[in-house]
Design a binder for this molecule. Sequence first.
Ligand SMILES: [Zn+2]
Ligand SMILES: [Zn+2]
Length: 324
Amino acid sequence: MPLLLLFLAACDPADDAAAPDTVADDTAAGVPSGALDPALFLAEGLAADIRTEACTLSGGTTTTCYRIEVHSLPTEHDVGPFCPRSVTDDARVTGIWIEDGAVFDASGAFIEGLATFYDDDNWQLYDESTGAVNVTASYEACEAAARPDVDPAYQNYCVECSTDYLDAGTTSTYLLPVTPVPLASPAEIDRMGVVGLALNGVDFDPPAPVEAILANYTIAAFDDCGGHVNLHAGYHYHAATGCPTEVAQSDAHAPLIGYALDGYGLYAMLDTAGTEPSDLDACRGHADATRGYHYHVASPGENMFIGCFHGEQGEREGGEGPPP
Ligand SMILES: [Zn+2]
Ligand SMILES: [Zn+2]
């Protein structure tokens, strides 16, 4: 039985203050229940059993990390669709785009209206006579367009890559600290790195390089789950839209959706009453008696999950490369 379920069974949900004392698990004595629980990762997303090993964190601390090998492919929700094929395709058969804090359906009508949306007549992602949308529908096109230095031949394309292009044997390995180590001052998010890991084994990535994408008159559409595919990182998320596995909390707190690279918990933005915490720090974190320090991810339109790292980061081995 996962630790959280034990906790749920033992805890009076109305009494948060007593919660840490009710955690009587052998591995969690004195540690808030928010500590990383390996049992919460979906077995289908793992390439190997999670084990512990010695590691050195970003701040130089030598400690123990969980070694988590993942497939980086969701098993509990579909991948795609991303781009429309025609300007008549509606939101049911397309994904999303984000701009200025808001989420837009990447529908055919949206593609048709890009010149107006971005107030730039150079946008022309479709054939005016047939209504066909320019989509990167091959491995070569994906490789040329799904990178910050877009091949000029693929300007004015809706960019999507298929998971079929990925090597089936590809896995990524994460080392996440068993006990997070707070920093004296927060660390910036590395745009070439990774923010964290969903419970299904998929990356939460740094902000998509939207400036470079738009400068090339491309739209790197996300699916409705806020993810898309590149050849280096595989499928990865840029927005939390509620698709991947969540673990409900015994109180009204937002559900757990994964863990950040520093080992602290990543929770949804809103609690069960639909309210965002009012006391988040610059990293979008705060602490409570039940979970200790943890993050609440940003709204899906913000092109970010958290603002910075509160603790020393573990690392991701493999899967390197730019995250467009
Ligand atoms: Zn919280
Ligand atoms: Zn991306």
